[in-house]
Design a protein around this ligand. Structure first.
Ligand code: UDP
Length: 257
């Protein structure tokens, strides 16, 4: 099986992170996975949603929004606001991003604050939801570090990093990290979200007018875990480059592989 861009079946696209691209945000990251690029910005406000107060839920909250910029796709994608309603796909994706991050953020430790995570796709070439999760995890870590630096919190309110990757079945072969061309061609669409300890947060898998076998599922899980381990390594490399290295509690060493 030959992939269009020459990658091996279990190979992710080149990944990179550019920090601080939105200076007013508490944490911001431009994540690139091949030609897919997503801006992830985090802002933290004091206070929590009303439902939390009413239900007496202690701690804070984290919520995410996802959208594709009009010029991120091959043909212009109008903003949701111009259509007057949120796209069903965006709504599904932003809920996935929120769940993925809430799995690793210690909301109780965050205190009565709300963390807003905004993911905007700058360039779409497949795997925008997974890239958004991987980039947002870093942006959240950076924003949390600021809370500690500003002495608003004594310790970091995050348990670990989280990353995500897509997989699929192309011509019968499980492959990792699909670009748009591949995404159109696969018979199975799979998205994996996992922490750096290798714990899964969410698995989404569906046959597209097709079915898949237990063996293909096992292979997608195996290559997916390997891909996520590499993404966590890249996240860690960024965090260890500067003062952010203090972010790494001993318990958060990469365990995937
Ligand atoms: N896409 C697009 N316009 C849309 C939705 C998707 O051009 O309105 C393209 C885009 O490249 C995206 C890919 O189709 O990355 C796959 O979309 P999917 O819904 O599977 O989500 P993703 O893989 O981006 O998480």
């Amino acid at each position: 099986m030959q992939r269009l861009d020459g990658r091996a079946a279990n190979q992710i696209r080149p990944v990179s992170f550019e920090l601080g691209i939105a200076p007013h945000a508490n944490g911001s990251v431009l994540v690139s996975m091949g030609n897919t690029r997503v801006i992830c910005g985090v802002m933290i406000d004091d206070g929590v949603p009303r439902w939390m107060k009413e239900q007496g839920v202690i701690g804070g909250w984290l919520t995410a929004e996802y959208s594709m910029l009009p010029y991120s796709t091959l043909t212009r994608k109008p903003r949701d606001i111009s259509k007057g309603r949120l796209d069903g796909r965006s709504s599904e994706i932003q809920r996935l991003i929120g769940r993925s991050l809430r799995a690793v953020v210690d909301l109780e430790k965050l205190g009565a604050r709300t963390m807003y995570v905004d993911c905007d796709v700058l360039q779409a070439d497949g795997g925008t939801r997974t890239a958004a999760i991987t980039g947002a995890s870093l942006a959240v870590a950076i924003a949390c570090r600021k809370l500690v630096d500003d002495k608003k919190l004594a310790t970091l309110p995050i348990r670990s990093l989280v990353a995500a990757v897509s997989a699929g079945v192309l011509g019968g072969t499980p492959v990792l990290d699909l670009n748009y061309e591949e995404d159109k061609a696969v018979t199975v669409d799979f998205n994996l979200v996992a922490t750096e300890e290798g714990e899964f947060v969410e698995l989404q898998g569906s046959g597209e007018e097709a079915t898949f076998s237990q063996e293909q599922l096992a292979e997608m899980l195996a290559i997916g875990r390997k891909g996520i381990a590499q993404l966590v390594e890249a996240q860690r490399a960024v965090l260890s480059q500067d003062a952010l290295s203090a972010l790494t509690p001993n318990s958060l060493q990469p365990k995937l592989g």
